[in-house]
Design a protein around this ligand. Structure first.
Ligand code: HH2
Length: 261
C-alpha cells in the first residue's frame, strides 16, 4: 500500500502533492514502482493535526481518486474517517476505505462502506490526533490493542460490513510511544490470532527518527527495515512512502518464505 497524501501538512511529504496534477503523477509513479494499492489521503493525522472539513477533504482527494482509479491499474484506497468523504471516493472508484479511527469517529462510516461494497481497514487508535499522545497508556499493550480492534470489528459487522472485507492495523504512532511501536512490531504475530489480514504503517514515523536521529525525509533505511520486520512477523500489507525500495526488501522476505531447504 503506497501513501499518497494530498495535503499541505502531512508529517513527511506535506505540500509535495497538494495539487491534483502532482498527486496523480506521483500515484502513477508509485503504481509503476510496484504498489498494489494507492492510499489517497486528504487530511493529515500527525499528532496535533487539526481536523479538516469534509467538503475540503473531498475537494482535495476526489479528482485524484477518480483519475487514479481510471489510470493506475491498481486499486485505490481512501484514507478517511468521514462517511461523506468515503461515499464520494467510492463513487469515484475507490475500492478500499482506510479508517485510522477504527470506526470510532463517524458513526455513519461503517454503513457507508457496506453500502458501497468497499473493503475496510480498521486501525487502532485512541482519541483524536490532537489528544492521542496523552492517551498512550497501557497496562497490557497487546491485550488492549487486540480487544479494541475486536470492538472495531464488531462495529463494522454491526454496520453491515462483511468480516471477510476487513483488515486490521495496530496503528503504530497512534496513541503509542516509541516503546509501544517496537513492542507491537516484535509481537505482531500475536495479532494474527484475530483472524484478519494485518496492515502495518511504520514508514518514516518518528520512532524511526528517534533511533537514527534523522528527519522524516531521511528515514528510508529504517522504514525498509521496519517493513521487512512487519512482513516477517505476519503483516499482509505494509503502508509505505517508498515503494521501489520496499519492494526490494519484501522480495527477500518472499524468497525466504518459499525457500525449501
Ligand atoms: N499512518 C498514517 C496515516 N494513515 N493508515 C493506516 N492504516 N496505518 C497507518 O499506520 C497510518 C495510516 C500516518 O502517516 P502519513 O499518511 O504519512 O502522514 P499524515 O497522517 O501526516 O498525512
Amino acid at each position: 500500500m503506497a501513501v499518497l497524501n494530498v495535503t499541505p501538512d502531512s508529517f513527511s511529504d506535506g505540500g509535495r502533492y497538494a495539487s491534483a496534477e502532482a498527486a496523480v503523477d506521483q500515484g502513477l509513479r508509485l503504481a509503476a514502482e510496484g504498489a498494489d494499492l494507492l492510499d489517497v489521503g486528504g487530511e493529515s493525522t500527525r499528532p496535533g493535526a487539526h481536523p479538516v472539513a469534509a467538503e475540503e477533504e473531498i475537494r482535495r482527494v476526489l479528482p485524484v481518486v477518480r483519475e487514479l482509479a481510471r489510470r493506475a491499474g491498481v486499486p485505490v484506497s481512501i484514507d478517511t474517517s468521514k462517511a461523506g468523504v468515503a461515499r464520494a471516493a467510492i463513487g469515484a472508484g475507490a475500492e478500499v476505505v482506510n479508517d485510522v479511527s477504527g470506526l470510532q469517529r463517524d458513526p455513519a462510516l461503517g454503513a457507508e462502506v457496506a453500502r458501497g461494497g468497499a473493503a475496510l481497514c480498521l486501525m487502532h487508535t485512541r482519541g483524536t490526533p490532537l489528544e492521542m499522545r496523552q492517551r498512550a497508556g497501557y497496562a497490557d499493550l497487546l491485550g488492549e490493542v487486540q480487544d479494541e480492534l475486536l470492538e472495531a470489528v464488531r462495529r463494522a459487522c454491526e454496520a453491515g460490513v462483511a468480516e471477510e472485507r476487513l483488515a486490521l492495523d495496530p496503528g503504530l504512532g497512534f496513541a503509542k510511544n516509541a516503546g509501544h511501536n517496537l513492542l507491537l512490531l516484535r509481537r505482531l504475530r500475536e495479532l494474527t490470532q484475530l483472524g484478519r489480514p494485518l496492515l502495518v504503517g511504520a514508514s518514516r514515523k518518528s520512532f524511526l527518527g528517534g533511533l537514527s536521529g534523522k528527519p522524516a525525509a531521511e528515514r528510508l533505511h529504517g522504514s525498509i527495515a521496519a517493513a521487512a520486520v512487519a512482513a516477517v512477523h505476519g503483516a499482509s500489507v505494509v503502508r509505505v512512502h517508498d515503494v521501489a525500495a520496499t519492494r526490494e526488501a519484501l522480495a527477500l522476505v518472499d524468497a525466504m518464505r518459499s525457500s525449501s531447504s
